[in-house]
Design a binder for this molecule. Sequence first.
Ligand code: GRF
Length: 205
Amino acid sequence: MLRVAVCVSGGGTNLQAIIDAVASGKIAGTEIVRVISNKKDAYALERAAKAGIEAVCVSKEDHPDREAFEEALIAAVDAACADLIVLAGFLVVLPEKMIQKYRRRIINIHPSLIPSFCGKGFYGLRVHEAALERGVKITGATVHFVDEGTDTGPIIKQKAVEVLENDTPEVLQRRVMEQAEWVLLPETIDEIAAGEIKIGMERKN
Ligand code: GRF
């Protein structure tokens, strides 16, 4: 059984796609053991609760400084004893210590074809605004391992999505989610669970 922890900050539609894929068997041999949010009001927390998954919140507000917050975040991740950590719309710059500890065991989904429209400042609608401003005809989503940079880790999987005339950032965001993100992330997890995609072996806690 692949033990998966999912980190979220918002609506959690990607989390839902994973939950549904585990339930339907599209993702085999996998258990979502914990959902961690940095936002108390993240709807993703409710999605986890509805699915009977342990959900915890580690918020900056509840800690005196960045260091204390980072320690608490790492502790929450460690407590999951997860083989794989999935960042599904997690808007926190990960502590370096966590990246080192979980090398090649943290994956992120980004809503563009990296290396386009990624890096610092490219999150949420901004990614799709930039794609429309540039006039690209194809965009998509990327799943990649997380390293010390922003969206710079090894690419695992990508899926292309057409940009249509008259797209607004919101319409394009929705199409990228439906056609790419919600497909790609469950597929990746299933392939990791099946051993087709290799992740870091060592569980260091
Ligand atoms: C997604 O577009 C994801 O690619 C990005 O943040 C968004 C999260 O959406 N990293 P949701 O919370 O999964 O609905």
